[in-house]
Design a binder for this molecule. Structure first.
Ligand code: ZN
Length: 225
């Protein structure tokens, strides 16, 4: 198979990565997916990822990692820490898991190498949200170079959401014909509630504001037609 024809998608069962799965299915002939069980409170997201992959005939692998649970303290993996509602001044919210995207992408690259795939797809972005350092474009470019050097192999990390805000991510889902699927099946909520979620946590608020923004815009466009 031509190197341009296949990709490995990092799939967590959330809005962003699931949108990326369908984006990859449009862009590549053969798509594989990888997910991670890293001690997150809401492991249900892995079942969602596996189920959506299965329905679309996408091979899905789940990797188990204990490094974050062993060595980091953050509110995504430690049930005793309450999730920050706001981004604290001068630092990251306690949902930040240090090194997470680097390790996930490195595992994905190892998987891709083993099956002769050169393209990796991840849903990270820097247009809005908490500004996690490992979601930024300069980090992705740097890791892309490092992975290539590490394995003497050509990788291309694709980040279709890098410059999109949540409203635009919903728009992309709609263009891909999966707005309803993403809306009703994926899990983004920090409190582990599928679809519209708890409505209270920062992830839910961002998701809901983006959806409202996009649907309002769509309605306006339809009215003006
Ligand atoms: Zn929530």
């Amino acid at each position: 198979m031509d190197m341009k024809e296949s990709a490995v998608v990092l799939l967590s069962g959330g809005q962003d990565s699931t949108t990326c799965l369908f984006w990859a299915m449009r862009e590549f002939k053969k798509v594989y997916a990888i997910g991670f069980k890293y001690g997150q409170k809401h492991v249900k997201e892995n079942d969602i990822a596996a189920q959506i992959a299965k329905e679309n005939n996408i091979p899905f692998h789940l990797c188990e990692l204990d490094v974050f649970k062993q060595f980091t303290h953050n509110s995504l993996t430690d049930p005793t820490i309450e999730i920050d509602k706001e981004k604290p001044a001068g630092s990251y919210p306690n949902t930040f898991v240090p090194g997470r995207n680097m390790i996930f992408l490195t595992y994905a690259a190892v998987y891709a190498f083993g099956i002769g795939v050169h393209n990796l797809v991840t849903g990270v972005g820097q247009a809005d949200y908490s500004g996690y350092p490992d979601c930024r474009n300069n980090f992705i470019k740097s890791l892309n170079t490092s992975l290539g050097l590490a394995m003497d192999y050509e990788f291309e990390i694709h980040t279709p959401l890098m410059w999109l805000n949540k409203e635009q991510t919903w728009e992309l889902a709609d263009q891909l014909g999966v707005l309803e699927l993403i809306r009703t099946r994926t899990l983004t909520c920090y409190n582990g509630i599928v679809a519209n979620g708890c409505g209270e946590c920062p992830a839910c608020k961002l998701r809901a504001e983006g959806l409202k923004g996009y649907l309002d815009k769509k309605k306006l466009m339809t009215l003006n037609k």
